[in-house]
Design a binder for this molecule. Sequence first.
Ligand SMILES: Cc1ncc(COP(=O)(O)O)c(C=O)c1O
Length: 358
Amino acid sequence: MHRTTWIELSSEALRHNVSVVRQLAPKAAILAMVKANGYGHGANWVAEQLNSQANGFAVARLCEAMRLRDSNPQARILLLGTLLDREVLQKCAQSQLDIVIHDLASAKLLANTPLATPITVWLKLNIGMNRLGMSAGEFCDAHHLLNSKSHIAGIQHMSHFSDAEEVDASLTQQQAKKLAELSASLGQHPISMANSAAIIAHPTTHCDWVRPGIMLYGDDPTQRLPAELALKPVMRFKAKIIAMRDVANGDGVGYNRRWKAAMPSRIATVAAGYADGYPRHAPDGTPVLVNDQRASLAGRVSMDLLTIDVSHLPQTAVGDEVTLWGEGLTAAEVGSHCGTISYELFTRITTRVNRYYS
Ligand SMILES: Cc1ncc(COP(=O)(O)O)c(C=O)c1O
């Protein structure tokens, strides 16, 4: 098998991570976030692995929901805030999708759209992100509009935190209070607010449904989980060295010779580039692992290739394996060098990269 550039995806790590969610939030139902193709890991694969541990799944686009529904006829699937019209509402009802209602206009449309099968809605309150979600007044109006309708199977209340990973908990507590108080004033409805950071750092926000995303895939956005609850990386991004060369003191490497050798150096050329999903803007010094030892990027990332300085690893040879992120080098660490986050790195792996699921 000709294999130069691939990701390995570990079901054991995924199941371990969801068990951490379960330990942190023992009473809440788990809505696993599998949008953006399961944060790049493969939504259907993630759903299959988590089938018995997650109580439902959430996606951002109707096409993602439909694909997930095809392979998961029984699963609870939530379509997050999107543009809704009558046709979309009918499709959601036919496919038994829950939907987020994030504005009053959509609530009015839904109230006046007869549906063949009743649908469960998650009303979204804007608690400070100012992205999606209703004001308190609109939220109450939407709730009253939909509460008595026979084509509404149930109403849940949700919101999304803007700063849950911050060390100072006070803003998140204030945001949580907004939804908790408003929801209580409208009767008893299931509440959902906690993303990964809140699951880890704000236990009082767990309520009825938690919505873990990035922590399922092995990144702790708060960096505060104790060692006994450490998450495991699900994705390992790997590539092989396809060329080696010695460069003289002062020689440059790669486009525009951005990296310059400060001494005679040994450069390995690796079969991964920005067309595979490795960030083009990665600076010199971004870490990689060569045979489990650290080395660093030397020169601009190109479409299919990147170059690393392995002067300190004399055993390195053509055919050796390089870990771009995974075990021993987190995507978060790579992201911190590149001015981005693990979420973006995971979701940018492209289709030409082979996938090996274990
Ligand atoms: C509405 C909503 N809930 C939960 C999440 C999960 O967030 P995280 O991946 O940080 O756990 C997201 C992700 O962006 C989201 O948009």
